[in-house]
Write a protein that binds this ligand. Structure first.
Ligand code: MCN
Ligand code: SMO
Length: 716
């Protein structure tokens, strides 16, 4: 995006994981040609308040993350000063001339940022009755969401309004945060979201850089632009996942799970993340850990512990990826102890279709699902029995072939009720859509939540076209602009489809009535006799008599309708994944030979999009399973700060897919639609881990960590 006479912002970032800032000498940088300003915490004092998201729940200890580090840095990469210059190159060069004097400090003592305990059912009794008890500790490395397009913000002051273009998933939330932290009324802040090149959860957060860029625009009076560098994205944007889960599972002799105990510890980073807080990862994991299984008793304790690293935040499948990994590995460990086939133990424990709505051991109400059918379908598509025979032949020939299953359920389409219950007060939880009859007869759509690649323009247009009776190419989706779009929370937690399904039919019906009532005047007919079809209003039973939508718009300009929606969910989607892998006996390299997904998100709005979402999400899951880890040394230095060191999956790592669909409608949502955008990432690491464990089981290796490292998979 180009904004006339915009300057560029570059951030000076801390090289230390923990240090006191003794002084900042920006004199030399300020004197360089083309440098407009160097802004530090001193310049922002009284103008910007730190990000301090709240969680209304016991066990929560707040933090304050300043726009620019104020006196102290708490992770390497934290923004310390903002250099403003005429071009991005000048800003980057001038950044080297800002002299920050740090007094390095020993690592800050770890603090508990959030802790929570839960118990339901007779857990001790379950363990007392158990024929087998499995105990294991599972770990997931730190990961990065790694959107192709890094973060980016442009800000300028126009009159008394602050205008911000941002690569964000949450325009209204960002607007409200900017207003609150800069001390402006929300009506004087406008956030516009152009096309977004991927977000994957990272861009649902509000970051200190967002506040800093906006504050710099107000301080300098100039339009300013910051486009994050890849290294900043790796080192200073939110991270994801890092968590350890100690699990104990009690099972009967025939493999029925009787009780679970879990102790979860997340490595939370230095601050709470806005708006989700550090509850997001461990609470997400803990509450969905029992998965689509009948687990009668469950107890957990969770702790989010601070560390000198960037905060953990959302990343596709947040919390749920770890839950599926832990539960699915645990089931395989129980199966191995009892000599059961992995498919058999799952069949045994899955919630039967007739038991929905089902109250899970963690207290969630699963609205719908048919996992026995999904499992049967996945095994069929994979040719499971033949795979097992092939595996036996391969083993006999010295090849390490493994087959892994995972079944998971995921909460999607959540509204205000869920966020209130979790105490996540920074998230409202509702969305809305406005449909407007344009002067040329097209239908303009203003949705409250943007698309960062999920294909909303297509899916939304499809829904509008179907519900209103206009051709799809007569529907125009506008980018989200808080000045015109109706309010909402944003695109995350796989709630887009459920929200559109809630708002579009209602808004379409309201707009249709307005259109028909105007057309009734033009056609001198009763509105009850009129139909809107193929973009024309006609008189029922009188072919040839009608008016176009452009004529309606000319006669009554500005017809529009807005429908808010607050999803009643969560609504639970899920899938069964089957991964077939081969592990190279010499190198430990894992190759994925076959990949099957049977997905159930209720009625599918757009099959091509849904399959594409599965492909992309599984690709990210492959990365988590086999390659991706942000590694820090003992001094808090990030050792994997480039894409040469942080290994994202590339095309050759990603399998081709066999995808099946099951449509078990939700009783809660209009049309029965459920979300699915994160699912593939949840199921893949679990299935791949089980497949790898299966492939190397004769080596006595248990797979307990993600990513799985080749060096752990070769015999010693
Ligand atoms: N869909 C459908 N039928 C259904 C359910 C969904 O056709 N029954 C379609 C929807 O219309 C939408 C897509 O599938 O186009 C995903 O819908 P949904 O599951 O509702 O998820 P959201 O629209 O809320 O998208 C958010 C979700 C999340 S939380 C992350 S993280 C993620 C993801 O989507 N980030 C993505 N997919 C992504 N895809 C891309 N390309 N880029 C990202 O940043
Ligand atoms: S991690 Mo997705 O934006 O909820």
């Amino acid at each position: 995006m180009r904004v006339p006479s915009a300057c560029a912002v570059a951030f000076v970032r801390s090289p230390h994981a923990h240090a006191r800032i003794e002084s900042i000498d920006a004199g030399a940088a300020r004197r360089l040609p083309g440098v407009v300003a160097v802004v530090t915490a001193d310049d922002l004092r009284g103008r910007v308040t730190p990000l301090a998201p709240r969680l209304e729940a016991p066990g929560f200890r707040p933090t304050a993350w300043p726009a620019l580090a104020d006196g102290e840095v708490r992770f390497a990469g934290q923004a310390v000063a903002a250099v403003v210059a005429e071009t991005a190159y000048l800003a980057a060069d001038a950044r080297e001339h800002v002299v920050v004097s740090y007094a390095p400090l020993p690592p800050a003592p770890a603090e508990v940022l959030f802790t929570h305990e839960f118990s339901a059912g007779d857990v001790d009794g379950g363990f007392a009755r158990a024929a087998v008890v499995v105990r294991e500790t599972f770990r997931h490395a730190r990961c990065s969401a790694s959107p192709l397009e890094p973060r980016g913000v442009i800000a300028r002051v126009t009159g008394d309004a602050l205008e911000v273009w941002a690569s964000t998933q949450t325009p209204h939330l960002l607007r409200d945060a900017l207003a609150a932290h800069l001390g402006l009324p929300p009506a004087r802040v406008r956030v516009i979201v152009p096309d977004v090149g991927g977000g994957f959860g990272q861009k649902l957060h509000v970051f200190p850089e967002d506040l800093a860029v906006a504050a710099v625009a107000r301080l300098t009076g100039r339009a300013v632009k910051w486009v994050e560098e890849r290294r900043e994205n790796m080192a200073a944007a939110s991270h994801a996942r890092e968590q350890a889960v100690e699990i104990e599972a009690a099972a009967s002799a025939d493999g029925l799970v009787l009780a679970l105990r879990a102790r979860l510890t997340s490595d939370a980073g230095a601050y709470h993340i806005h708006p989700l807080t550090q509850a997001v990862e461990p609470l997400g994991t803990a509450t969905i850990l029992p998965g689509p299984y009948r687990v009668p008793a469950y107890a957990f304790t969770l702790t989010a512990v601070s560390s000198p690293k960037p905060p953990l935040g959302a990343y596709r499948g947040v919390g749920m990826v770890m839950a599926a990994f832990v539960m699915e590995r645990t089931l395989d460990l129980i199966a191995a102890r009892l000599g059961l086939d992995p498919a058999e133990i799952r069949r045994h424990n899955l919630i039967p279709r007739g038991a929905y709505p089902y109250r899970s051991a963690a207290g969630l109400t699963y609205d719908s699902g048919d996992y026995p059918a999904a499992l049967a379908c996945a095994l069929e598509l994979a040719g499971y029995d033949e795979l097992r025979r092939e595996q036996a032949r391969a083993r006999a020939a010295g090849r390490r072939l493994g087959v892994g299953l995972s079944c998971y359920t995921e909460y999607t389409g959540m509204g205000s009720d869920t966020y209130r219950r979790r105490g996540m007060v920074e998230i409202a939880g509702h969305e809305s859509a406005t449909l407007a009859l344009e002067p040329d007869g097209r239908i303009g759509v203003l949705a409250s939540s943007p698309s960062q690649g999920q294909g909303h323009a297509t899916a939304l247009a499809q829904l509008v076209a179907d519900h209103l009776g206009v051709p799809i190419d007569r529907v125009v989706i506008a980018p989200v602009d808080t000045a015109s779009a109706p309010p909402g929370s944003g695109t995350f937690a796989s709630r887009g489809a459920v929200c559109f399904a809630g708002s579009v039919p209602v808004a379409a019906e309201m707009l249709r009535r307005k259109i028909l009532s105007t057309a009734a005047g033009l056609l001198e007919a009763s509105a009850d006799d009129l139909v809107l079809e193929a973009g024309m209003v006609g008189v029922r039973g009188v072919p040839g008599r009608g008016v176009s939508l452009a004529q309606v718009a000319e006669s009554a300009p500005g017809l529009e309708a807005t429908a808010p929606t607050d999803p009643p969910g969560p609504t639970f989607s899920g899938a069964v994944h089957v991964a077939v892998v081969e592990v190279d006996p010499e190198t430990g390299r894992v190759a994925i030979r076959k990949y099957v997904v049977v997905e159930d998100c209720g009625p599918v709005i757009n099959p091509l999009i849904v399959d594409g979402q599965i492909h992309g999400a599984v690709a990210q899951g492959v990365g988590e399973a086999l390659y991706e880890a942000l590694v820090y040394d003992g001094d808090g230095q990030l050792l994997t700060a480039t894409l040469m060191d942080y290994a994202l999956p590339v095309a050759s790592c990603v399998p081709s897919f066999v995808i099946g669909h099951l449509e078990t409608p939700s009783p809660l949502t209009p049309g029965g639609v459920k979300g699915m955008g994160e699912g593939g990432t949840i199921g893949a690491p679990a299935a791949i881990a089980n497949a790898v464990a299966d492939a190397v089981r004769d080596l006595g290796v248990t797979v307990t960590r993600l990513p799985i490292r080749p060096q752990d998979l070769v015999g010693r």
